[in-house]
Design a protein around this ligand. Sequence first.
Ligand code: 5GP
Length: 198
Amino acid sequence: MAKGLLISVSGPSGAGKGSVLAKVKEMDPSFGTSVSVTTREPREGEKEGVDYFFKSKEEFTQMIEEGEIIEYDEFVGNYYGTPTVALQEMSEEGTDVLLDLTIAGSMALKENFEQSVTIFLLPPSLEELENRLKGRGTESEEMIKARLEVAKNEIGFVGNFDYVVVNDDIDEAAKKIYSIITSEKCRVPRNIELLQSL
Ligand code: 5GP
């Protein structure tokens, strides 16, 4: 069986990666999702094992040493990583997996897995990004500032991605991502087994 695709979406904090990916999953619940490990404190309403696995820095370091994390990155003072086993199992059984990663995370995926597809999600403008971060009400003024600074840098990396999608409407952005995935699944190199069986 062909390996499931690893669809990684990156983009500035506030671009709407979480909402758009939730919409894609709603459109097709057969997508798998990778639940990351983080050293960040849980936000109100976030659940252990659903939004993230919340760990201390020591626990996170130990997971890296034991090979339990396939890629990781630091983002405004906290660590975030993708658990190895769950991702490999889903992909091996042919499930297409959605991931929400930093730019370095997407690049690591692209380098290590031929079944990866990287998508950069852009906000309509930096002003809109600031409004969204403020409107979310979950971060301090200082944290919003830090996230905006990172965002400005991040936009320069869009050229390293396979696709770019502007999120000015969640439904439209989700439809575009769904179309990208559909096209990727039709690429000839991803259908060699099928072609050989003819
Ligand atoms: P947040 O604190 O807003 O939940 O996430 C901050 C950033 O960490 C987001 O840009 C998100 O894409 C990224 N992120 C979440 N999980 C992972 C992961 O497992 N690996 C990497 N590289 N980035 C992650």
